[in-house]
Design a protein around this ligand. Structure first.
Ligand code: XMP
Length: 319
């Protein structure tokens, strides 16, 4: 597509102009946006870019491996893979307030970047895959006056002490345009077509306290749900689908025994930019099958519910 080819060329020139011979550090979140930003910037400035994958242990099943193999394997882009699960999970212990979780995760990301920037002898720029809707939603909701709905972890000021400028080449783009740019840059379709995943990861899909055990339970349920969606050929028709693990236990029965386990919520929406969303209307057989599989296969969950709330008034994520 000529428009994206042109955008690519223009942005590459802009990045070169902005960065000069400076060093850039880019944090990968596991999602499409930061990956597209990183590949674009790498094309512009090559070795001046260092990518850091902050593996906070809040990724979906198999996601960390996919990111590492894409960058190291397919693109041969040097990647610092920091396993900081312990740092994030210990810091999140007993944090239950959604904004407190987001703030802790955002701050800790920055701390890890800062360490990596030091390790490469300092960086002049921090690259981020911020999109246009991220910019808008962190400021206000539908143009209203200064109501912060959620603090997006990849938007906002950096601590002054970091002394780094921002490189945000996707700031004018919507999600579908980022995907188009990703294809233009040759990213594999399976990666480009992935559903959006929030920077704070599974932490904001586990209302209440986040523990390693609860992350593992959620990862299993989420993987089953997505597997069924893919098998039914519905993945590309859905903007975002995911499971959430609720801090509520209910009573059930398995065989002859009473169970007392957590509730799993399923969410699936259609959208064009994430700013408004409609519930995806699965048929009942599909949902029944997913619910049965999750309860049978995931220890710790004995009940599954489907979220029928559109955005607005609901948001897509539960926190
Ligand atoms: P909400 O839940 O606000 O989400 O309706 C709108 C879209 O944004 C994603 N999202 C995030 N993405 N950092 C991100 O990069 C974040 O902190 C964040 N919070 C929400 C969400 O998954 C949905 O696609």
């Amino acid at each position: 597509d000529w428009t994206m080819a042109e955008f690519r060329a223009t942005k590459i020139a802009e990045i070169r102009e902005q960065v000069g011979d400076g060093k850039v550090i880019c944090g990968l979140s596991g999602g499409v946006d930061s990956a597209v930003a990183a590949v674009l910037i790498h094309e512009a400035i090559g070795e001046q870019l260092t990518c850091v994958f902050v593996d906070h242990g809040l990724m979906r099943q198999g996601e960390a491996e996919q990111v590492v193999s894409l960058f190291k394997g397919s693109y041969n882009i040097p990647l610092v893979h920091r396993d900081v699960e312990e740092l994030f999970l210990s810091g999140l212990a007993e944090v239950t307030d959604p904004e407190a979780k987001r703030k802790f995760i955002g701050k800790t990301f920055i701390d890890v970047f800062e360490e990596e920037a030091k390790a490469i002898g300092g960086a002049d720029f921090l690259a981020q895959g911020t999109l246009y809707p991220d910019v808008i939603e962190s400021v206000s909701f539908t143009g209203g006056p200064s109501v912060t709905i959620k603090s997006h972890h990849n938007v906002g000021g950096l601590p002054a002490r970091m002394n780094m400028k921002l490189v945000e080449p996707l700031r004018e783009l919507f999600k579908d345009e980022v995907r188009e740019l990703g294809r233009e840059l040759g990213l594999p379709e399976a990666f480009v077509g992935r559903h959006p995943f929030p920077g704070p990861g599974l932490a904001i899909r586990i209302p209440g306290e986040v523990t390693k055990e609860r992350c593992d339970i959620l990862r299993k349920a989420d993987a089953i749900y997505l597997e069924e969606i893919r098998n039914a050929g519905l993945y590309d028709a859905i903007w975002q689908a995911f499971a959430v693990l609720l801090p509520v236990k209910t009573v059930g029965v398995m065989g002859d025994a009473r169970t007392y386990d957590s509730v799993c919520g399923l969410r699936a929406v259609t959208s064009t930019d994430g700013m408004t969303a409609d519930v995806y209307p699965f048929d009942a057989t599909f949902l029944t099958n997913v619910a049965t599989r999750i309860v049978n296969e995931v220890r710790g969950i004995n009940r599954v519910v489907y979220d029928y709330t559109s955005k607005p008034p609901g948001t897509i994520e539960w926190e």
